[in-house]
Design a protein around this ligand. Structure first.
Ligand SMILES: Cc1ncc(COP(=O)(O)O)c(C=O)c1O
Length: 375
């Protein structure tokens, strides 16, 4: 048995992890407490998917695993502004984005629990990912997305067999509609669900493994709802607690200036977000005005001695082009993260600092938008 329990972030109440729960009785967010193990020699010999970290993943039975061979993405060295940056090519995951890490572990747990129908809201990529893994697992799913989501993402979700609900409104309003619908079905939300982060944490494991089990100095990740940022914190913390790495890297969360509640709270020195009407941004995947786990994200970034960076729309457009000229065709949300990394490189990076960032998603998901911005 892998010992795991769910804990309500509000009340501290504990729940066993063997029943399908995505929130506490009070309706608050849950975290998973779990003691991972890292048999490094065995890990190194296993097939190259995230399932090679089996003892660190809270799934009981190998027969529950729903996999499309996610994880084990390459990490490339690139140069920006004459400085070195390592980027993990997460668009090489099965549905074209990093979300597959979280979804693979979540859907495996859903299968283990016997869940038959799920609901999710998304800016598109998490929805496409969930739809794919649910197709593989034979789980029915309803995905709620903003009506102006990139058409490629909507097509992808539909083709995997999920029911798509287009909602007119902001990303936060879409989440509210899905939340109401989820009173009837299991809410497989990549924001609420504690098991999603158990998959995204493998990003941190892989970064360290690719650095010969050393921690980088700094990791630059997106900060929308925080599925990668929170996963990174958990993953690095677990490795540190296991004595495999000796320090926590600084976590830098990148937002688009047009929708930057975390950056603004960080600059004000506050532990809480003050949501206010956001402007539209090309970074549709990060357009989250009131992230559910915002306080947790602020806390984790603070604990890692990191910071938040907010980038302008012009920097996003410029970075789509810069990355393409290096051979990387990415969607604007992904370019926004590297625009944040560029700012960090220019303004703060020290000589010899190991800095890792991420290409979260392929440009093929947002060709329409890219066509409009590239002239
Ligand atoms: C391509 C891409 N990058 C980054 C993000 C931001 O991730 P998160 O909201 O988990 O912080 C998303 C979210 O959907 C995304 O689709």
């Amino acid at each position: 048995m892998k010992e795991a329990k769910l804990i309500c972030l509000q009340s501290g109440k504990e729940y066993p992890a063997d029943m399908p729960l995505w929130c506490s009785e009070e309706g608050s967010v849950l975290d998973l407490h779990f003691s991972p193990r890292f048999p490094l020699e065995r890990i190194g010999k296993r097939p190259k998917t995230l399932w090679r970290y089996w003892e660190a993943l809270p799934i009981e039975h190998p027969s529950s695993v729903v996999s499309l061979s996610e994880g084990a993405t390459p990490m490339h060295d690139i140069e920006l502004e004459g400085k070195a940056l390592k980027v993990k090519i997460e668009y090489m995951n099965p549905t074209g984005s990093f979300k597959d890490r979280g979804t693979a572990v979540l859907v495996s747990k859903l299968k283990e629990w016997g869940v038959r129908r799920v609901v999710e809201d998304s800016s598109g990529n998490a929805g496409a990912s969930l739809a794919a893994y649910c197709a593989k697992a034979g789980i029915a799913c309803d995905i709620f997305v903003p009506a102006d989501t990139s058409p490629a993402k909507i097509t992808q979700i539909k083709l995997y067999g999920a029911k798509v609900h287009l909602v007119k409104g902001t990303r936060d309003e879409v989440a509210q509609v899905a939340y109401s619908f989820a009173q009837q079905y299991h809410y497989a939300s990549h924001v609420w669900h504690p098991f999603f982060f158990q998959g995204t944490k493998t990003f941190a494991y892989e970064v360290c493994e690719q650095l010969h089990w050393q921690a980088p100095d700094t990791v630059v990740v997106p900060a929308g709802n925080g599925s990668l940022l929170i996963g990174c914190y958990l993953g690095f913390r677990e490795l540190k607690q296991a004595g495999i790495i000796s320090k926590m890297p600084k976590l830098i969360g990148v937002q688009a200036k047009n929708c930057a509640p975390l950056y603004e709270a960080f600059v004000r020195g506050e532990a809480f977000i003050q949501p206010r009407p956001a402007k539209k941004t090309l970074a549709e995947g990060m357009a989250v005005n009131n992230p559910l786990r915002g306080t947790q994200m602020l806390q984790y970034v603070e604990l890692s001695k990191g910071k938040f960076i907010a980038v302008e729309e012009t920097e996003i457009v410029e970075m789509v082009k810069i990355l393409a000229r290096k051979g990387y065709f990415v969607e604007p949300t992904c370019a926004a993260v590297i625009a944040g990394a560029r700012r960090y490189l220019l303004q703060e990076a020290e000589e010899g600092e190991t800095i890792v960032s991420v290409l979260t998603s392929t440009g093929l998901k947002a060709v329409d938008t890219i066509q409009k911005i590239i002239h």
